[in-house]
Ligand binder design. Sequence first.
Ligand code: MIC
Ligand code: SF4
Length: 643
Amino acid sequence: MGYTIAEKIIKKHIVSGEMRRGAKIALKIDQTLTQDATGTMAYLQFEALGVDRVKTEKSVAYIDHNTLQSGFMNADDHKYIGSVAKKHGIYFSRPGNGICHQVHLERFGKPGKTLIGSDSHTPTGGGIGMLACGAGGFDVACAMAGKPYYITMPQMVRVNLNGSLKPWVSAKDIILKVLQIMTVKGGVGKIIEYGGEGVSSLSVPERATITNMGAELGATTSIFPSDEVTHEFLRAQGREEDWVSLLADNDAVYDEVINVDLDSLVPMVACPHSPDNVKSVDEVGSLKVDQVCIGSCTNSSLTDMMKVAHILRGKKVHPDVSLSIAPGSKQVLTMLARNGMLADMIDAGARILESACGPCIGMGQSPNSKGVSLRTFNRNFLGRSGTKDAQIYLISPEVAAYSALNGVLSNPTELENMPNFKMPEFFMVNDNMIEPPASVEEASEVEVFRGPNIKPFPVADKLPDSIEAEVVLKVDDNITTDHIMPAGSKILPYRSNIPYLSKFCFEVVDPTFAERAKKVENGVIVGGINYGQGSSREHAALVPLYLGIKVVLTKSFARIHEANLINTGILPLTFVNEDDYSKIDQNDKLEILNLREAIRNNEPIVLVNKTKGIEIGVKYNLEDRDRDIILAGGLLNYLKSTF
Ligand code: MIC
Ligand code: SF4
């Protein structure tokens, strides 16, 4: 029996467990990445592990999220990350060098290698044939310390791309189509592999647009083969030696096969407020637009930008539209400046932003009240843009640019003559914004800078025998980490200050949550399906822990968030019978008995709803190591006990 692409990489990296669907496996990690919004915490945790130098082949710390420096906080965090990186053997990509996923693809990604990153869009690396997963910061810290990464061996989905794309239809439309088919929970517990004749017509950055948004499917990761196209890309980046061929075997076994017909694909749009609320641009019709934002780790490659510049050239942005463009990296921006296309954008009336996440994470460019904003990004969750009543639509760069000219959502296939936007033969390579770490000899001399914004992170107590608790919040299905712990320019600077952040926990759902939770000694949150989807931010677990949350009880969890809860020491439970969700309400008093004994012996837990006078069947999905972590009160306590 043959192997899928992912299985081939897993086979080479597995250090414990069996490569059997559903089994817990541990993988050796070759590379790690962090970004600044999760990185500060990840490096504090790395320091707590007491390891001098990273044990990975390559670890890179990026500054791309918190680049708006109003106040000292972000600048201090940048300095902290820069100094901690230098001391411990980590490369440091300075602010302005670009968005982590774009830069990693250009400069560091290697086919066949494993990568974990403290950002949910780390699967972007699947575009270059890496097995790349998003993870909580603590898991990334552990990988830097040389410890393996634990996942449940996923099911394998094959997406066949048949035919080829029509002019002005692009990779973004492919992944929006896949989202329409599979939904935001359709990828949970799965790896999505792309194959079929259409693959060879997609460049590495186009493939990366698709694997990037695999995060929105809830997938463990997504991956493309490493073929001649990958070879060409690495050669053009001056890294030909990093190429290896990596293809699925013809007799590889997939659990599910999806076919996407590229010939008939049309421009697509994800409507508010979920990336799977997908329709065709024509179906939505000529919606009046207030704002268009082009960029983000999904769509900010050189070719994306060249298409945009071509559409804008010699035209004027519609007077009712504010158009912003953030090229994804210093490399992209420099090349646009040199080939004159940056001037085409500026001439047309675009507002050029620095190469960073920017509006995607609410760092500026919040739309006007009730504003309609078209964005080439990957998430349109309620409130994420910074304007709660804004309507965010996710689209391709082609749709974005054409709509910015027309002032209404527009279908770019109306445009004539699409030029052949070829990847350049050589990218301009200048890594002078990537600081290498200090040598082993010099490392001890490096002083780590710590600003006053860095506060200790909370650590749980070991799991008690029984808990008297209260339901402090009950929420619906598909709650995102943006609901739990919002981002945005006002809050993000406090990612290393959990007490301050806690004031904003669940703010978009219930502004009274934080105050109420603090008053309850043992809090429980009750949720629906796919609780914790979206970002990898472990702040969505650390902050509830700080507010006294001991248990989160749901119908099901998103993968990274469940792992973050366990690492933090919050017990994730699910209903045995999903209908019991209706038998538990906010403010109900609960009792959970014999907890330690039950978990230690892998026996069922008894949860009594004292308010309703009933017992509710709950279960947990904890493998041996997870069980020990929960019993110990989180990963840090567990690791200390095993040192
Ligand atoms: C996001 O897109 O939500 C982020 C900001 O990149 C997050 C990380 C974070 O919250 O810092 C992610 O996707 O993991
Ligand atoms: Fe940055 Fe947005 Fe990508 Fe997250 S999704 S890494 S905020 S560009």
